[in-house]
Design a protein around this ligand. Structure first.
Ligand code: BDR
Ligand code: CA
Length: 314
């Protein structure tokens, strides 16, 4: 089993991703670290606790950052995920305790416990991961790799013409994460806009779920309405779940290796600029690293089948 920490801002698609990961026999969620993003960090931590209870799971929950490093906070996208993050679903949050360590310190502690094995899976703004790097620059030596949802390399952004939401949420932190000496796999809009889960697929998942079907359907209908209006698709893009599927099935994806640099300031902030390792440029900056792996193609049918199979066990 691969030990993972999911850094998350649940969030409809985060919720699907966490359910998939917890129910997959090859993945072991050590903990969720929470971050601002789709909702406030207080709400995302509550939502993580709700998911843990619904899954009858025992992973840790460590609370993380409430604000980006430098840029002013950009507001919460309630028109995408709903005011409380689960669409129109009103979750009854259980009483719960968070881990004594903050998200960044939790990541550092677990990197020692699972040295060389632990995979970080960020599904929100990268503030917690960058904080952990800042607190302990030796962290990359103990992390197997980072597989993140974020960015848009050769496709338009979803919060600006060039920026994807998670990277835009904290571009300075994102830049630090791509630049650190570890392997980063970027599952960005280049692939996640190709993976659409339809209403029929949601019905299939829900068929024998019992009372939990209400939760799934309420989230899917709210999120789907946004995607219908925004991208004229029937269904919704499964950004975060696709990222988890990569861990189990990298063969569903086509990846290019090189260097990602994040634009941190100005109207293009949050843009992920990708330089392929096989290209050489007169400006030596763009050949200084090749530790970033960017996904450009995906077998969407295979990703959806994989998700449906395991989400049915929720
Ligand atoms: C990303 O932003 C959030 O809205 C989603 O949860 C996903 O992580 C997609 O751009
Ligand atoms: Ca997310």
């Amino acid at each position: 089993m691969t030990p993972i920490i999911i850094d998350t801002d649940p969030g409809v698609d985060d919720a699907f991703a966490i359910i998939y990961a917890e129910r997959h026999p090859n993945l072991h969620i050590v903990g969720l670290t929470t971050v601002f993003g789709n909702v406030s960090v207080t709400q995302s931590t509550d939502n993580a606790a709700y998911l843990r209870e619904q899954l009858d799971a025992s992973f840790d929950i460590a609370r993380g950052a409430a604000m980006p490093w430098v840029k002013p906070h950009g507001g919460y996208p309630d028109f995408v995920h709903g005011e409380k993050g689960f669409g129109r679903f009103e979750a009854t949050i259980p009483s719960y305790e968070t881990h004594a360590l903050s998200a960044a310190n939790y990541i550092i502690e677990k990197s020692h416990e699972y040295a060389g094995e632990l995979v970080l899976v960020p599904l929100g703004p990268l503030t917690n991961i960058a904080n952990a790097l800042r607190l302990d620059p030796s962290l990359p030596e103990r992390i197997k790799r980072v597989v993140l949802m974020g960015g848009a390399a050769r496709t338009p952004g979803n919060v600006s013409p060039v920026a994807e939401a998670n990277i835009w949420g904290d571009p300075h932190a994102a830049h630090a994460v791509f630049a650190a000496p570890w392997q980063v796999v970027m599952i960005g809009l280049d692939v996640t806009h190709q993976v659409v889960m339809s209403d029929e697929m949601v019905d299939d998942i829900c068929e024998s779920l019992g009372p939990k079907a209400e939760f799934i359907k309420a989230m899917a209908s709210y999120y789907g309405a946004f995607y219908k209006a925004e991208r004229n698709v029937d269904g919704f893009c499964v950004h975060d779940p696709t990222t988890l599927v990569y861990l189990n099935h990298p063969e569903f994806f086509e990846v290019e290796t090189g260097m990602v640099s994040v634009v941190a300031e100005g109207p293009c902030h949050g843009q992920t600029v990708f330089a392929q390792a096989s290209n050489s440029y007169p400006d030596p900056y763009w050949s200084s690293r090749s530790n970033n792996h960017v996904c450009f193609e995906v077998n969407a049918d295979n990703v959806n089948s994989e998700l449906i199979q395991h989400l049915k066990n929720f």
